[in-house]
Design a protein around this ligand. Structure first.
Ligand code: HEM
Length: 425
């Protein structure tokens, strides 16, 4: 992959000594300083770094919260209130963790949309993409488990509704679904036992995510980054070393993201949550509308769009799992939607459909809301199963630049001045 000479120079005697025995610094330098980055990356490429930041923030704040949290049905709700009121800076740590979950999902949706738009899932990045889908699943599982912990009304009823979905398997093998639900609950209802295991898994999964992120970035560094043109790096002119070029952009992007994050933490910490979760869980009172967190709403809408319970569960899981297959469903030889006139508009309508499903998922499952959810669900699946394979074959791509360098520098694509990267001859 390397298009540039290694610029790593061990300074101290210790660095020399280490470099001859375990060249860890040389490897890190090669992967995160010298690494050739396409010179035309836009700000959408800063979201991978932003996601890594979110993961670290969630783990650090989560570990501190776990020092004060009590996973017991009688004490969980009060222990969270105690964190907010009595623990030093507990209000801040709790707000950062709760808002952080939303920011993490906001960033991942942009990261995924970027991948879809520029065809980053296409060869040779299939494994990188599939690892991403696995990360998305792990994030969803972690978010779902975490939302249970404050033991408010939405926590309790959210778990009850979602775990109960497994009972739909009763319609295939009578009794099987109910057995699975009771096994998940650890009893005949959602209780302290359930809360304990959810807490344990909520603490575990972020570390599994760390492991999968390492594989994700490893896979990325084997095949190299895609870019807005979707063209491969062919000559040294097409790329710049990752540091300082891409790193500077990442730091600026992260700075803007942190301002938005801080605005929610300090001025609207509960805006993205649900008021009912400030009412302690009560198994005897069902809230009028049970809705998940905003980032699950599109999938919740798909679940409720299908009249049969089992059908809804299958559609909801398929909506996520179908992402695994898109490297092969998309038949176009052009990566970037920028040069795909028909596909581009189908993709924009797909993005609109997901937003519409998100809106409908928050509405009661009745009348016109269900009808629209059905329409957008059909489009969601048709986009992957029909549009991707068919449009890829029939559309004529628009004119493309010959190289990445030409797309930003025009003409010969030759860099001048400080933009010129040290090329390997
Ligand atoms: C914990 C969640 C995740 C983390 C920390 C993460 C991290 C990263 C990082 C650091 C990069 C390189 C910088 C960039 O291109 O933005 C990257 C690239 C990429 N990620 Fe992720 N990612 C996550 C989730 C996902 C998901 C859910 C998907 C898709 C389903 C995905 C697909 C990709 C792809 C295709 C690339 C290469 C993009 C390109 O070069 O055009 N990632 N990721």
């Amino acid at each position: 992959m390397s298009q540039h000479e290694s610029t790593y120079k061990p300074g101290s005697r210790l660095e020399h000594w280490m470099d001859e025995r375990l060249p860890l610094m040389r490897m890190m330098h090669g992967q995160f300083v010298d690494f050739p980055t396409p010179r035309n990356l836009n700000y959408l490429w800063t979201f991978g770094g932003i996601l890594t930041f979110c993961l670290v923030v969630q783990i650090v704040t989560g570990i501190v919260l776990a020092m004060h949290y009590i996973p017991h049905a009688e004490m969980a709700f009060d222990s969270v209130e105690k964190i907010r009121r009595d623990v030093n800076y507990g209000w801040l740590i709790r707000n950062v963790h709760a808002v952080g979950a939303s920011m993490f999902f906001f960033a991942v949706y942009i990261h995924m949309a970027r991948g879809l738009y520029y065809g980053s899932y296409k060869a040779p990045r299939e494994v990188l993409w599939i690892l991403g889908v696995l990360l998305f699943l792990l994030m969803m599982a972690t978010g779902f488990l975490g939302y249970t912990l404050p033991w408010g009304q939405m926590s309790f009823w959210g778990v009850t509704v979602i775990t109960n979905l497994f009972s739909s398997l009763d319609s295939i093998i009578p009794g099987l679904g109910t057995k699975i639900v009771q096994w998940l609950w650890g009893g005949y209802s959602v209780s302290t036992v359930t809360l304990n295991r959810f807490f344990s898994l909520h603490y575990l999964l972020p570390f599994v995510i760390v492991g999968v992120v390492a594989l994700h970035i490893w896979a990325l560094h084997v095949v190299g980054q895609n870019n807005p043109t979707g063209l491969d790096i062919k000559t040294a002119n097409d790329s710049v070393p990752m540091a300082p070029h891409a790193v500077a952009k990442d730091i600026f992007g992260l700075g803007v993201f942190v301002i938005l994050f801080a605005w929610f933490v300090f001025f609207a910490p509960d805006y993205l949550g649900h008021a009912d979760n400030y009412v302690q869980a009560n198994p005897l009172v069902t809230p009028p509308h049970i809705v998940p967190e905003w980032y699950f709403l599109p999938f919740y809408a798909i679940l409720r769009a299908i009249p049969s319970k089992l059908g809804g569960v299958i559609a909801m899981f398929s909506a996520i799992l179908i992402l695994v297959f898109i490297p092969w469903l998309d038949t176009s030889r052009v990566r970037s939607a920028r040069y795909r006139p028909i596909f581009k508009w189908c993709l924009w309508f797909f993005f609109f459909s997901v937003l519409a499903l998100g809106y409908l998922g928050g509405k009661p499952a009745e009348g016109v809301y269900v009808a629209w959810a059905q329409f957008f669900t059909v489009y969601y699946f048709a986009f992957f199963l029909l549009i991707m394979p068919i449009v890829g074959v029939m559309e004529t791509p628009s004119a493309m630049p010959r190289s990445i360098a030409e797309s930003v520098l025009g003409g010969s694509g030759r860099p001048t001045g400080a933009a010129a990267a040290p090329a390997k001859h």
